[in-house]
Design a protein. Structure first.
Length: 191
């Protein structure tokens, strides 16, 4: 009982506490920082929809985005069945892009809409979809997506955050239990 041993000096206890604090801060930081990484921009809905067959006079194409970086406006073009670009004006209002066509679509055939966009996380995306115009088909439905859901709401992110917090709590709990058992064993050995 002459020497106190390495675990009884104050320096290892301070190192152990600092290590525990660093571990907790690292886990908490990683959970908070990784959430925006899933904020890629995507097309929430369009009118006409991709693959839809429409009729009537189509005066505009509407693209409703999700997590779009409005500081970097998207670019969109529409092409007819022959590959000719249709003339139109792009109007951006928050997360919605409207291609106002100079001449309405009234010619049967398949139309291609191409667009590129940048998300709030800086991710750049290019995509396209097609729709058909046929005489006698119903007019486009318009945008019907629930726009009351806040932009950026993503259930998967919240579930991952909760799972990560549960794992972090479990790791801290196991570490504290092991530390308690170690101290009890040291106390028993010293007695």
């Amino acid at each position: 009982m002459g020497s106190l041993g390495p675990m009884h000096s104050p320096a290892p206890k301070r190192k152990l506490r600092a290590l525990l604090l660093a571990l907790c801060l690292t886990l908490l930081g990683s959970l908070l920082i990784t959430s925006p990484a899933f904020a890629h921009a995507e097309l929430r809905q369009s009118s006409p929809e991709g693959g839809e067959t429409v009729g009537g006079a189509v005066h505009s194409i509407v693209l409703q985005f999700f997590d779009l970086d409005v500081a970097n406006p998207p670019v969109a073009k529409i092409f007819d069945a022959a590959g000719n670009e249709l003339t139109g004006q792009l109007n951006l209002d928050q997360q919605r892009l409207v291609i106002a066509l100079v001449d309405p679509i009234t010619t049967p055939g398949e139309y291609l809409v191409t667009y590129n966009m940048t998300g709030v996380d800086g991710d750049y995306t290019e995509d396209s979809f097609t729709f058909r115009w046929e005489e006698g088909a119903p007019e486009p439905k318009g945008i019907t997506a629930d726009l009351t859901v806040p932009v950026g709401f993503d259930t998967i992110n919240y579930v991952l955050l909760l799972v990560g917090a549960a794992i972090a709590a479990y790791i801290v709990h196991r570490f504290m239990m092991a530390l308690r058992d170690h101290r009890a064993a040291q106390a028993a050995a010293d007695a």
